[in-house]
Every structure is written in C-alpha cells, then in structure tokens.
Design a protein around this ligand. Structure first.
Ligand SMILES: *Cc1c(COP(=O)(O)O)cnc(C)c1O
Length: 423
C-alpha cells in the first residue's frame, strides 16, 4: 500500500490556513533521499548531482538540495536566472539545452555554467554568443537505434531529437580542442522514468566505452561523464522502488571495468536527476467538490490538469489516497476529474476507491517532479500554491497561488485593466 507522507490531522491543519488545491512537499523525504544518493556515489571523487530544474523549479527546494552539494541542470533562460537567483553559479550549473537561442548560451557563459552542446553546429553558436569557447565543455551523445536492457527495449534514442552521433562527437571534440577547449565531458539521456536498477549501469557502459574511444581517437582530456536523468520512481503501488545503492555499485563496476584500465580513473561522474530527487516527496492535495452519476460515477475535485498534467498528457498513473479512509474497502469505481473543458482532465479513470463524500481531502501521490512545473493556464485556470512540510512538522508556503491579477498581467498595454477590481 502506498502511504502519504502527511497525516490527515496535519493536512486539516494546513488546509485551514491554505485552501486546496496545493502541492505539498516533504522536506524530510527530500533530505534523506539526496543523502542516500551522495552515499551511493561516494566512491567517485568528483561526483555531483545537477538537479534538473525543470522538474521542480522552486528556489526553496533547490536550496535544500544545494546544502548537500547539488548544482542545477538548466535548459532555458529563466531556469538559468532561477539558478543564479539562488546563488548557484559557475561550475555548479550544467546547461543541457537543445534548439538553443544564442542569448541562452550567453547567459549560461555569463554565470560560468558548463555548456553541454546538443549539436555540432552549436560550436559556432557559442562562439557567436561569447566570442570564444569556454575551457570546459560537454557534448551530448545519441547512439541511435533502440536502447535495451536485459528484459527488453527501454527507449528509442533513434527517434529522439537530442544529441550527436559518435562521428559528430569525434569531429566536435577535435574542432573544440583546436579552438582551445581543455576539458571535455560526455552526456546522454537515453531512457526516462526507468524503474529498474539496470538503467544507469547499462548507460554507463555505453558512455564509458565511448569515452575511451573518443579519448584515444582525439587525444582530448575527458574530465567528466554526465549520466543525466532518467532514474524513475514507482508511481504504481505494485512497482518496486529502485535501490540507489545497487545502482551506484553497478556504475562502479562499469567504471572499474572500463575507465580504470584505460587510465581514466580520475573521470568525475555527474547526474542530472529530476524525478528521482523530488517525485515521491510531493503530492497534490485537493478536495472533492462535486459528484455526478451518469453513465459512470464521477468525483469532481478542485484541482485540475493545470495542476498536474501527466495523467492527461501521458495517461500516467498517479495513486490517490482518500484521507481518513486508508483502511476502508475500495468498493467504488470512480473517474476523478478536474473542471477543464477537456475530457482528458481526469486524475483517475475507473479507479477502485473507498466511497468519497463531498469535502473529503484527496492526496494525489508523486507529484513532486514534473507536476506543478508542467502546469499551464488553460480555461483561465490559475496555478496553485506550493507548501513545504518541514521536518519538525511546521509548514510554510514556498510559492503563493496565482491570482486573477497574475493571469491578466500580460495585458498591461490594455486600458480595460485600469478599471479592473482585483479579487
Ligand atoms: C528532463 C531532463 C532531466 C531530468 O529528467 P528526469 O526524468 O526528471 O530524471 C535531466 N537532464 C535533461 C537534459 C533533461 O532534459
């Protein structure tokens, strides 16, 4: 059974102060998890996690991770600005973007971040942006084909827009070396939300072998390998959680089997995890406000797909707990819906749940990554607040909910707004 990290009593206390819907984050869980991650990779001297900002772009949460040594993985102007605003700059920033505008290369260089090139043509773009190439740079690899682990195909890099071929990596490294780059990194992201301990070790073998070939063929100094994101979380109750220690050990074996014999035992390992760092430590709290009995049984809640898009976008499963009814029989079949004029605005379809009464608090699990951040304003819906449940049981609003004034803010050229009475 999947448990909530917050009790019903605590939630009722929070709801008195902050109305639903909101995303709630678990400081205790975030801290324990990042500690465990660093322990699992402590055998590698230069190991560093660059938190994928896009997963949960909240400065309060990023600051917690920074206490443990995490940097930021950014891929847009505002993500770079956010990182800079929380004081994460220099080589604590990895800029892993694609289809990149020149100004973003400029900003990344301005704050001293490590630029990860998605394409060979971006060498010139960086020169155009800042007049030279930084001393330390990275290139993103795409092996093409399908990516397999022992029990089947994981993903399809051949269809992915990201990264360069091996030949392009070779050529890029030669060109960059000739233009003064001194330290090189290799990056690849080949599969997403992997709920298996095999992904990182498999990916490491691919990247470590590539690193050896590239070092031998181009003579460049490869100083880091970035395993990027992709470690997943068990969204479904029957799934088993990844064991980060087993993953760390698997990567160590590959490192000692491939890099060390090639004289590359000083290569630092980087990760850019997003989902794994925050996913389970956030939930969406919402209240049942309508029920409807037609051809099916519907429970309408006060959150909608703008608060959590994954079910609508990917048909993703998010577990739901009806607070206070954890032990009640799941003898009702409901569609749990939001209010958008979109039939895919459903947090659950044909879900077995206990009987839900109006006013019940529902916790939608595992929304800590790619949850709030994917939100949007369709139907003029406003984005929710974010609240942090502290380790000592206190709670704090770490982002306020949007108001109509925020929604209309981009019409600031328009006279009608001058007479608007803001709620
Ligand atoms: C999205 C992304 C990540 C994080 O992915 P997760 O699945 O959240 O681990 C890391 N690096 C890059 C370049 C990404 O685009």
């Amino acid at each position: 059974m999947k448990k909530t990290f917050v009790t019903k009593e605590k939630l009722e206390e929070i709801v008195k102060q902050y109305p639903t819907p909101f995303h709630l984050y678990d400081e205790k869980g975030i801290r324990a998890n990042v500690k465990e991650l660093y322990e699992a990779f402590s055998w590698n001297k230069g190991y560093k996690e660059f938190f994928a900002v896009k997963a949960t772009p909240n400065p309060f949460l990023i600051q917690i991770l920074h206490e443990y040594g995490c940097g930021c993985d950014c891929s847009s102007m505002t993500e770079l600005m956010l990182s800079e605003a929380v004081g994460i700059v220099g080589e604590d920033v990895m800029f892993s973007s694609n289809d990149t505008p020149v100004e973003e290369f400029q900003k990344a260089a301005e704050i001293g971040g490590i630029i990860n090139l998605d394409d060979i043509t971006h060498i010139e773009k960086v020169e155009q942006a800042i007049g030279h190439l930084p001393k330390k740079m990275c290139c993103r690899y795409n092996p093409g084909g399908v990516f397999r682990i022992s029990n089947g195909i994981m993903d399809n890099p051949g269809d992915a827009k990201y990264g360069m071929t091996e030949e392009q990596m070779q050529e890029a490294f030669r060109i960059m070396k000739a233009k003064g780059v001194e330290e090189f990194g290799i990056h690849a992201f080949l599969a997403s939300n992997t709920v298996t301990n095999e992904y990182y070790p498999m990916l490491s073998r691919v990247l470590f072998e590539l690193a050896v070939r590239l070092q031998q063929s181009t003579g460049v100094k490869i100083s880091f390998i970035n395993l990027s994101g992709g470690i997943g979380i068990p969204y479904r109750p029957e799934q088993e959680k990844n064991d980060i220690r087993v993953i760390g050990e698997g990567v160590r074996k590959a490192y000692e089997g491939i890099l060390v014999p090639a004289g590359m035992g000083d290569v630092a390992l980087y990760t850019e995890l997003g989902r794994y760092m925050m996913g389970p430590y956030g939930c969406l709290v919402t209240t049942a406000i309508n029920e409807k009995h037609t051809h099916k049984e519907y429970i309408g809640v006060d959150a909608c797909a703008v608060d959590l898009m994954r079910p609508a976008m990917y048909g993703a499963y998010h577990h739901i707990t009806v607070m206070g009814k954890e032990d009640a029989p799941c003898d009702h079949t409901y569609d749990v819906t939001g209010s958008l004029c979109e039939n895919n605005d459903k947090f659950a379809i044909d879900r077995q749940l206990p009987q839900i009464e109006m006013g019940d608090l529902l916790v939608i699990h595992d929304t800590g990554a790619h949850g709030y951040s994917m939100g949007y304003n369709y139907n003029g819906k406003l984005k929710s607040a974010e609240i942090l449940l502290r380790e000592d049981g206190s709670f704090e609003m770490i982002r306020r909910a949007e108001t109509p004034k925020d929604y209309f803010a981009t019409f600031d050229f328009c006279d009608v707004l001058k007479n608007m009475k803001w709620q």
